[in-house]
Design a protein around this ligand. Structure first.
Ligand code: PLP
Length: 227
């Protein structure tokens, strides 16, 4: 694990440096779905400080076991509105907001918790039926609508391109998300930040960094193949 983490950190730094970016501007989200509490604890000892979870129940079990560790929790999976209250209690950043309905549920839950919930808007750039995310065309309106909610704050965008064997093939999707990010930023919508681009996984994170990723979500390269 420590060796894997060192390799990933080196690859992140190399990819950033090669395109003239400061490696510090790219943060690693360790994707811990199906990974046991013990192995997450091991990863924390090795230096992981952000974990990304996909499922609320699984995250609750780990959160209860690890809540006293110096760790930031991100949610990266599909979130149902009726689970918003659990999500708001655990997660510093929710990457996967793709509807006004979900944003409203988070807003209400955040208000009840006296919290401002940070979120990213998930965009389905590839328009695959199987993927969550708002469409590129609807993203601007969705951001504008959500910006009016008082207890959620948009910090950027997230996407998940189709799976390719060759990482280069994911590049156009990352590029398109980055272009959408700057179009939204140019609107200067009150309260909306476009600081974060969550994109890139084990197979394609270096390409994502070249295209502007600030959060890379990596599971397999860190923990090995999932069960
Ligand atoms: C599982 C998952 C990842 C990590 O994928 P790896 O290929 O194992 O690095 C990243 N993002 C999301 C949304 C995921 O569900």
């Amino acid at each position: 694990m420590k060796q894997n983490l060192e390799n990933i950190r080196r690859r992140i730094a190399d990819a950033a440096t090669a395109c003239g970016r400061d490696p510090q501007t790219v943060r690693l989200v360790a994707v811990t779905k199906t990974v046991s509490v013990d192995r997450v604890a091991e990863a924390i000892d090795a230096g992981i400080d952000i974990v990304g979870e996909n499922y609320i129940q699984e995250a609750r079990d780990k959160f209860d076991a690890l809540y006293d560790r110096p760790l930031t929790w991100h949610f990266i999976g599909h979130l149902q509105s009726n689970k918003a209250k659990y999500a708001v209690r655990m997660f510093d950043l929710i990457h996967s907001v793709d509807s006004l309905k979900l944003a409203r549920a988070l807003d209400k839950a955040a208000q009840n918790n006296a919290k401002i919930q940070k979120i990213l808007i998930q965009v389905n750039i590839s328009q695959e039926e199987s993927k969550s995310g708002t469409t590129e065309n609807e993203a601007m309106d969705l951001v504008t609508d959500i910006s009016r909610l008082e207890h959620v704050r948009i910090k950027g965008l997230m996407t998940m391109p189709p799976f390719f064997d060759q990482p280069e093939r994911a590049r156009p999707f990352f590029h398109q998300l980055a272009r959408l990010q700057s179009r939204i930023a140019d609107r200067n919508i009150p309260g909306v930040r476009m600081d974060e681009l969550s994109m890139g996984m084990t197979g394609d994170f270096e390409v994502a960094i070249q295209e502007g990723a600030t959060l890379v979500r990596i599971g397999t390269a860190l923990f090995g193949a999932r069960r």
